[in-house]
Design a protein around this ligand. Structure first.
Ligand SMILES: NC(=O)c1ccc[n+]([C@@H]2O[C@H](COP(=O)([O-])OP(=O)(O)OC[C@H]3O[C@@H](n4cnc5c(N)ncnc54)[C@H](OP(=O)(O)O)[C@@H]3O)[C@@H](O)[C@H]2O)c1
Length: 336
């Protein structure tokens, strides 16, 4: 089998392809022949050495795959050789074969392609758990999505539309603003004061939900862009990753600018701050409900992953450069 390994923390060029034996599934595990691996920003932070959950190198990158079951280990029920699946993996999904526990594998409906399947898990589940539940965006409510043209961002646009959102505001690099407009989003530049833009366009009210994967001082601005009753979801630290290698100075700068929310002021302003991390989300019934909704909506044509570019597994380093050069619109995949 082939896998993309982080040999040491650093720039994308530390990623190397290695050959090794195809693993045998242990009890409770299933061996999947991987078709596509999704790339997430968490992989980039892991490679740089600033992701809190990242193992020490050498390790295989990747949190999600789609593929076909090749072998089922002991004590597994409900899956068989040949089933098409998508899977969440903490052990590394940038590979041609991987063993996953059945708890985090989901069978695919026939009409969902393996390509689309690899683009769904992390991005759409993150958008789901912030917009649908517990975010509970109601019809007509306005939303702000930071990084709106990225993987989670494009998923969030689609789920906002399922909820019949009012105005959808999205920050992105200027080169992606035409794409946002075509998708019904009001684009906002990173250089703009987005609180003012939003207040001007919502009669001074603000948005009901803000999705903030940027962190640092941006989080307070997102909070300020909320209306009464609004809630901001904080789920990322992308402002700590301004360069392609870890910078303790940049991390400290961002960390020091994180807002300290005052609960008494929050009571008075009817606003909420909500954290989300899929990596520690282990409510299996909620995951299954979300998965079922996402598959139903995919089959009904209500959602369709936007896949910006597919690289070969061997091109994992180029794919990381592509995302960190801020070139991606939508999801980036690796083909095994
Ligand atoms: N907590 C969780 O469970 C969870 C789960 C999934 C994702 N996330 C977070 O959500 C965010 C989006 O994740 P994703 O995987 O979908 O990534 P992505 O949006 O597909 O890729 C990153 C994009 O973010 C924008 N960006 C903003 N600041 C950046 C920076 N400092 N360096 C590079 N790009 C930057 C870039 O586009 P523009 O410049 O055009 O905006 C870039 O294309 C990330 O912060 C990620 O860590 C969190």
């Amino acid at each position: 089998m082939r896998e993309a390994i982080v040999t040491k923390f650093g720039s994308p060029d530390v990623i190397q392809i290695q050959d090794s034996e195809i693993p045998e599934p242990k009890a409770g595990e299933i061996l999947v022949k991987v078709s596509y691996s999704g790339i997430n920003f968490a992989d980039i932070l892991s490679r740089m050495g600033i992701y809190p959950d990242a193992p020490t190198p050498p390790f295989t990158l990747g949190f999600e795959i789609s593929g076909t079951i090749q072998k089922v280990g002991r004590d597994v029920s409900g899956f068989k050789r040949g089933d098409r699946v998508l899977g969440l993996s903490k052990k590394g999904g940038y590979c041609s074969h991987c063993c996953l526990t059945s708890d985090f594998l989901f069978k695919l409906p026939d009409s969902v392609s393996l390509e689309d399947a690899a683009a769904i898990p992390v991005t759409y589940l993150t958008a789901y758990f912030t917009i649908i539940h517990p975010g509970a965006l109601r019809p007509g409510e306005d939303i702000l999505i930071h990084g709106a043209a990225g993987g989670v961002g494009t998923a969030a646009i689609q789920l906002s539309k399922i909820r019949n959102a009012g105005k959808i505001f999205g920050t992105a690099s200027d080169s992606k603003h035409d794409f946002l407009k075509e998708n019904g989003v009001i684009p906002i530049s990173y250089s703009e004061n987005f609180v003012d833009t939003i207040k001007n366009q919502t009669d001074g009210q603000g948005v009901q939900i803000a999705l903030d994967p940027v962190g640092g001082k941006n989080l307070m601005q997102s909070y300020k862009s909320l209306s009464s009753g609004g809630r901001v979801f904080t789920y990322g630290i992308s402002s700590m990753a301004q360069s392609k290698t870890k910078s303790l100075f940049q991390m400290a700068k961002v960390w020091l600018t994180y807002p300290k929310f005052d609960p008494l002021k929050m009571i008075g302003s009817n606003k909420g701050v909500h954290g989300f991390y899929l990596g520690s989300f282990n409510d299996r019934p909620a995951l299954e409900r979300a998965y079922q909704d996402l598959m139903d909506w995919t089959q009904e044509g209500k959602i369709k992953p936007i896949i910006g570019k597919i690289f070969k597994l061997e091109e994992a380093a180029e794919a990381h450069h592509f995302i960190q050069d801020r070139k991606n619109i939508g999801k980036v995949l690796l083909k095994a």
